[in-house]
Write a protein that binds this ligand. Sequence first.
Ligand code: FAD
Length: 687
Amino acid sequence: MEPSKVDVLIVGAGPAGLMLSLWMAKLGIKTRVVDKRTGKIVSGQADGFQCRTLEIFDSFGIGQKVWQESNHMLEVSFWNPGEDGKIRRHHRGPNTQPNLSRFTESVLQQGRVESFLIDTIRASASPKHPLIEIERSVMPTTLSIDESCVNDEDAYPVEVTLRHLTEEEATPTQRLSNLQDGLYRSNLAEDDTEKLIANTSGVREEKVQAKYVVGCDGAHSWVRKTLGEGFEMKGESTDAIWGVLDIIPITDFPDIRSRCMIHSAEFGAMMVIPRENKLVRVYTQLKEVSTGTGRVDRSQITPELILQTARKILSPYTLDYHYIDWWTAYQIGQRVGDRFSKHNRIFLAGDAVHTHSPKAGQGMNVSMGDTYNLGWKLGLVCKKLLRPEVLDTYELERRQIARQLIAFDHKFSRLFSGRPATDGSGEGSSMSEFQEAFREAQLFITGVGIRYQPSLLVCKENDDTGDLGGGLQAETAPQSSAASTAGLATNCRPGTRFASQKVMAQSDARPWELQLQMPSDGRFRIVVFGGDISQAKQLATVNELGAWLQANLLSPAKSPRISLAPGPDPRGGSGSSQWMTDQDPSIVDVLLVHAASREQIELLQDLHPVYHPFDKKLGWDYGKVFVDGQTHHEGHGRAYERYGVDPARGAIVAVRPDGYIGLVTALQGEDGWKQLQAWFGGLLRSV
Ligand code: FAD
């Protein structure tokens, strides 16, 4: 049979694979997604969602669902042994540093979130957006790349054999049949992929040729192993084994509904994660389980053993349960791959290219962060809207994050698994050292502190030191020219995510989080901080810019068009009304935020049509102009102050489709406008 053809083949439908599938669905890319297991996760596994991940979910219209169903983990308590050896609370504080995001860390079972992602993938189908179904019980058995045509964008250089598994082959074995046992996905379990491939009797296989293949197939990644030399994971394992129990606890421990980091004098450490539906997750260090021979005896690990350990650590408080939802165990280790892509045709993402301990709630978040970064680039390159060189920035941007993650986890895990300093010997980790490490890492843990280095996508600032935080320096990459951004929008630094501030719609006085006006639909945004446009000169500048944008960036001749998918819209309503119009919008969207009094400005009469585009079926768009002012019910957002923009000067901020700032430039004078044009020219094929 002739091989079938597909633009993108995604191997693995865990968090990384589903996030990528969602982008493909939104952008209308012909995609297949295969997973060797029969079904999605029904309980257990990851549960902590960081602020940035919730912002990303919100940009796809599913943030509020997760926010509503999840437990908001607002407080963290640190417990340490006192002089009498009994644990006592040493400190209590906010779990997420205040004012970093409009969200705080929240906890919800991974499978629930996977359902939201799958529903949204389905809802994004339309005549221009092929339906993407997750194909379960399917896995690749061979993969080859035709290197002679990797630079031909119309070629399908990657050939993969896909095998359809029987239900028995695709169903993992549960050790204790009455419980949801997560050991089969743990790094303590052996992977069954090679065994499945070795069985060749009566198999059903097909060949697929793909333009791009993405390995989202987890820590045992077959795709990564198949790429061979140069794609090894580097790092180390410790001999610390941790057990995890999801239970409804019966306990007199007073902080059971707070996140707790508990160090006992003799029995190791424990973490408490309060979850949805009265569940609590406990992580305990299993000192009894030996790694001496190099291989852990998994038969020793049972829910009872994890409970017994937790009881000893919590003593004199008691712990019991009637209901257990899930359990697992894992060995702590940190590993990261050197290369995330081969010829920009095969990519690796998520656990397939970085693994570490789960306690800081990072793996799923960073894994989805990888494919959130890759998805729009891949989709827009497939649509021939973006220059293929942009794909180089995936490895550049995400390898840096993976390395920061491994460095953070290395430090955090050792501090957590280490003996507490209680006996005055000066040995062991002190509570204040541990608390400080946790506090310092907040920007990274929450995801909002990520700063991508200068590249085609991120303009270098004149005053940029290249310091990315965490002791890491930016790697070098082809760059767009340096911008003279000094003092323009001081809290909008290229490479960081465009933070959300409250602004008010000019048309109807509704307060909005500005991030909600930037849904993940594949469009770039130009945010014009017009300043005080009640001043005639400032208004004239903003309108001249409007005319210039229309002529140089937005007209159909200059700017590629993009079809918007249906499905949930973070701005409310029942989804995009784009289906009512024949015109696809420009890939560049313009928003105006001004600092004049709302009463002094008339949207249609005073402002250039770029700020209220007209469609013959939909009329004027009233949703593009916002005021930094006093709202009727929700106070004043102080957006100019928080973005660091001077109302007398204004500024222009260009935002990538993933919400990261690419360029900050001047509103006054045409130099900044030309810089904007040059930046887009380096990325888009038609500008
Ligand atoms: P995975 O979730 O491993 O998904 C890989 C998918 O690929 C699976 O569906 C698998 O069936 C499929 N697959 C594998 N091999 C093949 C193949 N050969 N062919 C086809 N399909 C294949 N992270 C957090 O962010 N927050 C947390 O709170 C958190 N808690 C955790 C708690 C525990 C106990 C554990 C074990 C992990 C936790 N993590 C947490 C980590 C998180 O679960 C992982 O980092 C995350 O699931 C990685 O996502 P992924 O999509 O890259 O890989």
